[in-house]
Design a protein around this ligand. Structure first.
Ligand SMILES: Nc1ncnc2c1ncn2[C@@H]1O[C@H](COP(=O)(O)OP(=O)(O)OP(=O)(O)O)[C@@H](O)[C@H]1O
Ligand SMILES: [Mg+2]
Length: 338
């Protein structure tokens, strides 16, 4: 008569043998007592060559001496009925001498006062290869991306320089101004690009605190100025996405350009002030100059130039609002949600 225990035991060994992962059990003297079919295929040894033996054959030489000590420590670290797993990257050796990476889960159980260790092992050679391949591809991608950014930056700089050179050679004031305007628009994009692409990586967002003061200084710097411009900034610590920064940069470029072109004629004390606040998910940008002044209730319908029309378009692109306020000079307030 077959006992229930025997049925269970046969059933269990069938399960162990049909497992996809290698299963190896060791007795308390670290001799192999289970070496399943997947283990045979993984290591290239028949179970009969392993049973009753130590694991030495399937361990790399530098681990052979340490291995028993590691197992002993593993047994001591927990109470007798502790069942744990250790996950880590370890290595095995096949019968043909080939070393390969393994991922292992080791557990211990106590049977009749004897501690049995069982390791479930997975050959991760392919996975490692794929990971390395992936890493290589990512590095290559990164390199290409960097190269593209580098070239875009260089190209923008070339365009900017050409426009500046042309503006200094243009004979009519209108042509000069137009070329300086165009250079300013390129410059504002360059500043953003430069900021985003620092630290060898392309950032997806940027803090206004970092962006706006440089942007302002860069654009003001384009204009040949006799008396210095005082720039005051009070910028809240808030990061915006490139999607919002690009239109915002161009808007500010138009404001600053306008101040430089129209506001300060005949003025000695020249000042530009930019503030940025953030509250209730809303960014408020306040732009001011202390120039000759420009007051329009609705700048969209009254603007004759291209600059402020573009500002309106860009503000609606931000789903924001713009208004101007009466001051001694010019003041614009833009609000949009982050
Ligand atoms: N900060 C300012 N101070 C005084 N006047 C201004 C200021 N900003 C704009 N203006 C006036 O509003 C007009 C419209 O400005 P807008 O930027 O739309 O056009 P523009 O600067 O003349 O030309 P463009 O921007 O197309 O090069 C300007 O011509 C100028 O008269
Ligand atoms: Mg303008």
């Amino acid at each position: 008569m077959v006992t229930q225990k025997e049925i269970q035991s046969v059933h269990l060994s069938e399960i162990i043998d049909s497992a996809m992962d290698a299963i190896i059990s060791l007795d308390s003297e670290f001799r192999v007592i289970i070496f399943n079919h997947a283990a045979e295929q993984m290591f290239g040894y028949h179970a009969s060559e392993m049973l009753g033996k130590s694991l030495k054959k399937i361990l790399p030489t530098d681990v052979q001496n340490k291995h028993d000590e590691i197992l002993r420590r593993f047994i001591l670290t927990a109470s007798p009925n502790y069942r744990g797993k250790t996950h880590g990257k370890i290595r095995g050796v096949r019968s043909n001498g080939e070393e390969f990476p393994i991922e292992a889960a080791i557990s211990k159980s106590q049977i009749d006062n004897e501690i049995i260790l069982t390791a479930i092992l997975r050959d991760v050679t392919e996975e490692r290869k794929n990971n390395l391949k992936m890493e290589g591809l990512l590095k290559e991608n990164d390199y290409i991306l960097k190269e593209i950014h580098h070239r875009v930056k260089n190209n923008m700089f070339t365009i900017f320089s050409l426009l500046q050179m042309q503006s200094s050679e243009a004979s009519s004031i209108e042509a000069k101004d137009s070329l300086i305007d165009a250079a300013g628009r390129v410059r504002s994009m360059m500043t953003l690009y430069d900021k985003l692409y620092r630290n060898e990586e392309m950032l997806q967002s940027l803090n206004l605190k970092e962006y706006l003061p440089t942007l302002t200084a860069d654009i003001v710097g384009i204009f040949p100025s006799t008396s210095p411009i005082q720039i005051e900034t009070d910028i809240y610590d808030v990061s915006l996405s490139i999607k919002q920064l690009t239109p915002l940069g161009i808007i500010l470029n138009e404001f600053i350009t306008n101040s430089m072109k129209h506001a300060f004629t005949g003025r000695e004390n020249r000042k530009i002030k930019i503030q940025a606040f953030f509250e209730n998910e809303t960014v408020t940008i306040v732009y001011e100059d202390n120039g000759v002044g420009f007051h329009e209730d609705n700048i969209a319908s009254n603007s004759r130039g291209f600059g402020l029309q573009m500002v309106n378009l860009l503000v609606s692109q931000l789903n924001g609002t713009i208004k101007s306020e009466k001051t001694e000079g010019t003041k614009f307030i833009i609000e949009f949600k982050i």
